[in-house]
Design a protein around this ligand. Structure first.
Ligand code: CA
Length: 222
């Protein structure tokens, strides 16, 4: 999952980056409002963490502009402590959730996972696709009831395919969402990764749709 953190407090941004990366997310950071607005419009993120007080352009204006432009990415808004007007305005502007500062990193991660689950149409804390169960809190995957050992990249691949619920995902989309800006990886890396995950998941669980990409079997009508 590829997450954009929009936060002008460098220390907080660094802590968020580290917490998200440790939890298996691809995290990117932007500190300036206009640049954040642009990135949210043209780049494809799975979720955005948005501070409201930003240099250049404030977070609420950015959020309104994204929603007016049809950008549907889930947004978790960071608000000043006790400022209920910010929370109300934020939700009305199209935020999916908010978190008052200061907060614990565990709470950011829990809320982020919850909005990602809701976006994927899953309410329970463990995602199930066919006989594959993903426990995002523990970063564990079970297949037919058996716990399988996955590397962080393999885990991200299964999560991303599960998140797309049967919609085929292209190699270039996977590159963006699994590896972010790291140019050391190519579509060839994706093929190798998919091959490894296929072997671990067992036959028939990742389908190749010619001309479209990969999809998790049993993940919906896609
Ligand atoms: Ca700020």
């Amino acid at each position: 999952m590829r997450i954009l953190i929009v936060e002008d407090d460098e220390r907080l941004a660094r802590n968020l980056m580290e917490a998200l990366q440790a939890a298996g997310f691809v995290a990117e950071h932007e500190r300036e409002g206009k640049a954040a607005w642009f990135r949210g419009e043209v780049e494809d993120y799975d979720a955005i963490i948005l501070d409201l007080g930003l240099p250049g352009l404030d977070g609420l204006t950015i959020l309104r502009r994204w929603r007016e432009a049809g950008v549907k990415v889930p947004v978790l808004v960071l608000t000043a402590r006790g400022d209920w007007t910010d929370r109300v305005t934020g939700i009305e502007a199209g935020a999916d959730d908010y978190l008052p500062k200061p907060f614990q990193m565990e709470e950011v991660l829990a809320r982020l996972r919850a909005i990602l689950r809701r976006t994927a149409g899953q309410a329970a804390p463990v995602w199930a696709v066919g006989d594959i169960e993903i426990d995002a809190g523990r970063q564990q995957i079970k297949v037919a009831g058996n716990l399988i050992d996955f590397t962080p990249h393999e885990y991200r691949l299964v999560c991303y395919l599960a998140h797309k619920a049967g919609r085929p995902v292209s190699q270039s989309e996977l590159l963006d969402h699994l590896y972010g800006d790291d140019s050391a990886y190519t579509t060839n890396s994706i093929e190798v990764l998919v091959g490894r995950v296929r072997r671990k998941l067992g036959a028939g669980r990742i389908e190749t749709r010619r001309g479209y990409g990969y999809a998790l079997a049993g993940g919906g009508a896609g």
